[in-house]
Design a protein around this ligand. Structure first.
Ligand SMILES: Nc1ncnc2c1ncn2[C@@H]1O[C@H](COP(=O)(O)OP(=O)(O)O)[C@@H](O)[C@H]1O
Ligand SMILES: [Mg+2]
Length: 266
């Protein structure tokens, strides 16, 4: 088990001067190669802010303390340009709305090829071949013709697959996935989760999977951390979390979702 990214005592303060709030505090978590670390908790508990802090994507007024370390690199104190490089090459992110990673007016081929060229330094033709391979890998049908189409010509599920292809283009070590299936209906959701699991195993990716949905969590996460009011109240192996939750809040979440224990799809 090799740790790829470590959060240690991460804290984030946000809001206007007169109403500063600590929205994340004392978060300590390791992302391990080949594993999906789930981050659960109700809406507003600080999950997205945690992921954004890892990427350095919080508003300039945010105060981040503690450590986000990747190997010997401390990310919280990196200069913007260096952080951009880490973000492009070593850490990728997908969002609830795949449109966030896709430009509406550029063909899929233009965006994906550009991305591959930029990150892997390939020539145009080679990059286009690579883009088609990536689309094929995420199971977008007919990749060659998909390259000539635009984001709005795909369904939500296909768009999320394309966003995953974009994320994989730089061959990242870490993937942050923030509610990646929340906007999709259940069957489409299951397909995306299967894909995610396969990619993690195949590429030895370390994944942080943020979701308020314990069904999603129980389907694919190896470990689960439960967040409440900006703190982790419990973390551990998925099975233990679902069968023998220690913290009353975790029990409460599980009770609110009686099918969660049974929904393992893999
Ligand atoms: N840019 C911001 N400025 C001020 N407060 C924010 C900002 N972004 C998020 N928050 C607050 O931080 C808390 C955690 O939000 P978030 O991480 O988005 O929750 P989650 O992803 O768990 O639903 C919430 O109370 C939210 O209102
Ligand atoms: Mg969120």
């Amino acid at each position: 088990m090799s740790t790829v990214l470590s959060l240690t005592d991460l804290a984030v303060e946000l809001g206007p001067k007169t109403a500063r709030r600590q929205v994340v505090r004392g978060v300590t978590l390791d992302l391990v190669a080949g594993q999906i670390q789930g981050l659960a908790g109700e809406s507003g508990s600080g999950k997205t802010v945690t992921a954004m802090a890892v990427l350095g994507l919080l508003p300039g007024s945010a105060t981040v303390s503690g450590s986000v370390r990747m190997g010997t690199t401390e990310l919280t104190t990196l200069r913007k340009r260096e952080l951009n490089r880490v973000r492009g090459r070593r850490i990728a992110m997908i969002f609830q709305d795949p449109s966030a990673s896709l430009h509406p007016q550029l063909s899929i081929g233009a965006q994906l090829t550009d991305h591959v060229r930029h990150h892997l330094g390939m020539k145009r033709k080679e990059a286009r071949g690579r883009a088609a391979e990536l689309l094929d890998r995420v199971k977008v049908p007919d990749p060659e013709s998909a390259l000539n189409r635009y984001p709005h010509q795909f369904s939500g599920g296909q768009r999320q697959r394309i966003a995953i292809a974009m994320a994989l283009a730089c061959e990242p070590e870490v993937l942050l996935a923030d509610e990646p299936t929340t906007a999709l209906d259940v069957t489409v959701q299951a397909g995306i989760l299967h894909l995610l699991r396969d990619l993690v195993d195949e590429r030895n990716l370390a994944v942080l999977l943020v979701t308020h949905d314990l069904g999603v969590m129980s389907a694919v996460a190896d470990d689960v951390a439960v967040m409440r009011h900006g703190r982790l109240v419990e973390s551990g192996a998925r099975r233990q979390m679902f069968t023998d939750p220690q913290h009353p809040y975790t029990r409460q979440l599980l009770e609110a979702m009686p099918d969660a224990q049974e929904s393992e799809i893999l």
